[in-house]
Design a protein around this ligand. Structure first.
Ligand code: PLP
Length: 233
């Protein structure tokens, strides 16, 4: 078999295995699996893999670099995909991100929100999430939990942005359950300002079961579905 023929069966099997695990974890947590959106993170993989995923029914995909988002969304413009931008964003890339993304999970400062708003070129809305830094390292992406509410309030003043909720990556040196519990508290805080901002974007290959137990509505799963990321070199 050529690697081309090989890829899709493996991909299909991994996708259905993960989807079964999501359903099991949701049931275990007493949740309706239908309220959980599985985003497949396709960073570093070619557009052809995203096309294979689409053929398997995937509609929500995630990218963490603007250039890769722009290139793949452009190449796959014939497909009905929803693109989620999940990476750290430079303010000067905001308009390029807005042109290709349907949702930006990584809004972590007023200036980025302003730039995304200014980039609106029609009367469409952009879904945005406040990224929360659950580590003690201020260099990591996201606002401190205590600053999330102020950022959410700022986003609410920008009419082309639709505040949908919060996002975080669990720290490496902590049990994901306790980190995700803090994210859930921030989510409740944000919903105090905007009750419809219900998304909790949390959970990756290594911790999506814990994220589901903690109330995640949007999972960002990469390598467990796509296989290992190709070497960047
Ligand atoms: C890469 C990435 C993921 C997916 O990671 P996996 O461990 O491959 O599932 C999720 N969220 C963010 C922000 C990422 O950069």
């Amino acid at each position: 078999m050529t690697s081309e023929q090989d890829r899709s069966p493996g991909l299909a099997a991994r996708l259905s295995t993960i989807d079964e695990s999501i359903v099991d974890a949701a049931r275990l947590a007493g949740r309706d699996p239908g309220e959980i959106t599985r985003i497949v993170v396709t960073k570093f993989h070619p557009a052809s893999l995203v096309r294979d995923l689409h053929a398997l029914g995937v509609r929500e995909v995630g990218e963490n670099r603007q250039q890769e988002l722009t290139a793949k969304a452009g190449e796959l413009g014939d497909l009905d995909l929803r693109w989620h931008f999940i990476g750290q964003a430079q303010t000067n890339k905001a308009s390029a991100i807005r042109r290709s993304a349907d949702a930006v999970h990584s809004v972590d400062r007023d200036r980025l929100a302003d730039a995304l708003h200014r980039a609106a070129d029609d009367d469409s809305f952009l879904d945005v999430l406040v990224q929360v830094n659950l580590t003690d390292d201020p260099a990591r992406g996201g606002v401190a939990p205590g600053d999330a509410r102020a950022l959410a309030e700022h986003i609410m003043t920008l009419p082309s942005l639709r505040l949908q909720g919060v996002m975080a990556v669990a720290p490496l040196d902590e049990e994901p359950a306790s980190a995700f519990a803090r994210l859930r508290a921030v989510s409740e805080d944000v919903r105090g300002i905007e009750p419809s901002a219900r998304w909790i974007s949390a959970g990756m290959t290594g911790d999506f079961v814990e994220a589901i137990a903690a109330g995640a509505t949007h999972l960002r799963i990469g390598s467990a579905i796509t296989g290992p990321r190709p070497d960047r070199g």
